[in-house]
Design a protein around this ligand. Sequence first.
Ligand code: AMP
Length: 620
Amino acid sequence: MAIIGIDLGTTNSLAVCWRDGRLELIPCEDGEVLFPSVVGYVGGEGFLLGAAAKERLLTHPSDTVGSFKCFMGTAKEYRLGGRTYTPMELSAMVLERLKRNAQRLLQEEIEEAIVTVPAYFNDKQRSDTKKAAQVAGLKVERLINEPSAAALAYRMAMGEEDRTLIIFDFGGGTLDLSYVECFDNVIEIVAVAGDNHLGGDDIDRAIQSYFCRENALAEEALPLEALARIRHLAEQSKRALSAGGHADMELTVEGRTCRARLTEDILFELCMPLFEKMKQLFLHLLEDADSRVSQIDDLVMVGGSSRLGVVRRFLAELLGKEPVVLDQTDRVVALGAGIYAGIRRRGEEIRDMLLTDVCPFTLGIGVRNRSGQDKNVLSPMIERNSTLPASCRNRFVTTSDYQREILVKIYQGEEYYVDDNVYLGEVAIEVALKPAGQAWVDVQFTYDINGILHVSVENEMGERRQILLANQALTAEELERYTKEMEKIMLPPIEQPANREMLARFLAYFENSTGERRERIGAMIGYVTRGLCSGRKKAVRNAQENARAWLNMLEEAQETKEERLFDGRAFESWEEEDEDWGDGEESRDSEGEEQDDRVEDWNSRKENRGEGGEGDGDEE
Ligand code: AMP
């Protein structure tokens, strides 16, 4: 059974398959590989899709819809042929057509697809994308983030060297930025930032308004049909400009010939408000990744709007380096999805790649507002940009005397008040009858790589209630399987038995040493602990590798009493590695004090283990 990769785009969609050891773009009926994500209705005939529908956007704007992906997960409805359709249903039509195209090419049934979504899609948007696939008769085991797919494709094309990238995915309706570290066979998404309402369409709107201003047209008063024609002209002029020079715009509006000239400089000016938003997103991303521009090797531009010269110019000015624009900028995401489909089928030609991702939004629970306001506020459990799988446990106490029950309401989002975030579900559990603040529950969140959230709540009597929040309905067996898997991933690296044992050995050496040797072991403990707690795969790996090497050395030194083994050599390699993961300023200081602090840190961590921290939030 074939698996295909699908880039379900705002403007265009594209399907790719892995066949005979290579990627193949799947052509539509007209031979083109890009399939416009447009649906139209023709009275008496039925639905038109793709290029045929796109042409009618201009002539029949009220019977044709595009860019519906921007409203995925919302209550927006579109009226076509006397019925209303949701963005999910319209997307399902597009997906079904792509599936049929693939079946025609491959001459076999397609039942499964890897579908890409903007990294910033929330749970509802992801869930609607999955539903759309289901309606189209496709099983979606995994949605992958568009920038992650692009990073995968870039990595496959660029070879194996360690690299740090920012994927700048600028499409018709969205901008997604991802900070990615590539090493060995790992592609680690460290942080993502994005805007679901910033894309090429906004540039078209800015050009449309410019055209109206230049010709003294009252934009708000123009009929829909005239606006659609101006928008079309705006988009064409924008594309013409990306080939260089200028674009002369001319159109008859309400019997009058209107003209305007679009140059690179004018477009740059028109895009300034959008560039300001982009800049803010970059700041956000670098801050979340705990990084600086100087640490980026490549800024990789993908998505249709990346072809715009003014965007490249802005980015070169902002970052002080020329961005990389890939040849097939509008196909890279689909190619990545195709590679992933190949990995799933274990195509022999693809070396197994590990694609790690982050949670794009914060997950938390509602707690009583301490200021006395009625509105509950969000107490974050898993912060946005935590590497997946992520797990966290906190303790919450009662707020009323002899309260019988605690209701844990689960939310997703970045807003202060829970009502402004997305509600995901709830778990109720009885608590010990005690005065306010004395009865408690431990709440544990575990979020896995497939976007499935497992919440477990345990009271002081040891009773446990749990809930699985998944993007799709799960069967009882699946639920059981996932719960088992969740149990496996609940332990962060610092708490995994092998790593605990490793640290215990360091501590024993520390105890049995004195003076400079002790200081150095303290420094090693600090380094290894921070690596294991960093939440980053690369830092965890470096910490483990170094820890193993140092323990061997300590053992050797112990056995042979050759203290000289300790002089210099070990420290040089440690310093290099520390630079490597970028956040080791303190540990580079081998003077002891901070390292001792680190040991203390670790000790207190050990004591806290199993108690789940000191969450003091409370719930209604
Ligand atoms: P995507 O959602 O990635 O398919 O990107 C679609 C967006 O890319 C639309 O806003 C298009 O207008 C824009 N686009 C496509 N080709 C070009 C081009 N040659 N120059 C500028 N923008 C383009």
